[in-house]
Design a protein around this ligand. Structure first.
Ligand SMILES: O=C(CO)[C@H](O)[C@H](O)COP(=O)(O)O
Length: 225
């Protein structure tokens, strides 16, 4: 199976996982990226079984609406039942790096508001220690170089993702060369830097369940399985 086939398989597994949990008033948080897109396309068939979706990006909102799924503003909901999204990296604790698609801040907000976070990823995303994938950090534009200097002091090499402006008007620095052995601590530390909107570590709010696409089928993993 190639990577796209693995992504499709985990998207289908996520649809099977959430289907029995859906109710007429369910509001779903929906992520961003190619794996999430497979999920959104499959979700169209279930649209009569839940109320609405809150999207973690304008791109996902557009795709959801294209399938006739009602998209709500998070502020108009009373929280989310489930959040389904991909990841750039995951470790055994289901701590993640996200933000390869520059949607990390809204993804983190949607994750925070959700009762259950279902992560869907192919096996290339599984690592022992987070940090092989450069850690995205969203910053206020005028703080870009200041934040970059502070991130260098933490031992990383920040690279400005040129030409990218997030849905929030922020910029992205991708921090290379980090070996993240204490993800919660680093997540807090980076968020303390003035000018940082948020960073792509999902350790303080990790996934609750990981559906991992492997050559031998989709595995269902919980933290430290
Ligand atoms: O965090 C994300 C977007 O900001 C995505 O979940 C992450 O980049 C994975 O993307 P893909 O499913 O295309 O591999």
């Amino acid at each position: 199976m190639n990577q796209d086939q693995l992504k499709l398989a985990v998207a289908q597994a996520a649809l099977d996982y959430i289907a029995p949990k859906l109710a007429a008033n369910s509001v779903l948080g929906i992520g961003t990226g190619s794996t999430a897109n497979f999920f959104i396309d499959g979700l169209a068939a279930l649209k009569s079984q839940f109320k609405s979706a809150v999207a973690s990006s304008e791109a996902s909102a557009k795709r959801l609406r294209g399938h006739g799924i009602l998209v709500q503003d998070l502020n108009d909901t009373n929280g989310l039942d489930l959040y389904i999204d991909g990841a750039d990296e995951t470790n055994a604790n289901l701590e993640l790096i996200k933000g390869g698609g520059a949607a990390l801040t809204r993804e983190k907000i949607v994750a925070a508001a959700a009762k259950e976070f279902v992560c869907i990823a192919d096996e290339s995303k599984q690592v022992e220690t987070l940090g092989q994938f450069p850690l995205p950090v969203e910053v206020i534009p005028m703080a870009r170089e200041y934040v970059a200097r502070e991130l260098s002091r933490l031992g990383g090499t920040p690279i400005y993702r040129e030409g990218v402006i997030t849905d929030n008007g922020g910029l992205i620095l991708d921090v290379e060369g980090l070996s993240i052995t204490a993800p919660c601590e680093l997540e807090r530390q980076i968020n303390q830097i003035t000018g940082v909107i948020t960073n792509g570590l999902f350790a303080l709010r990790p996934a609750d369940i990981l559906l991992l696409g492997t050559a031998s089928g989709v595995k269902t993993l919980k933290a430290s399985d």
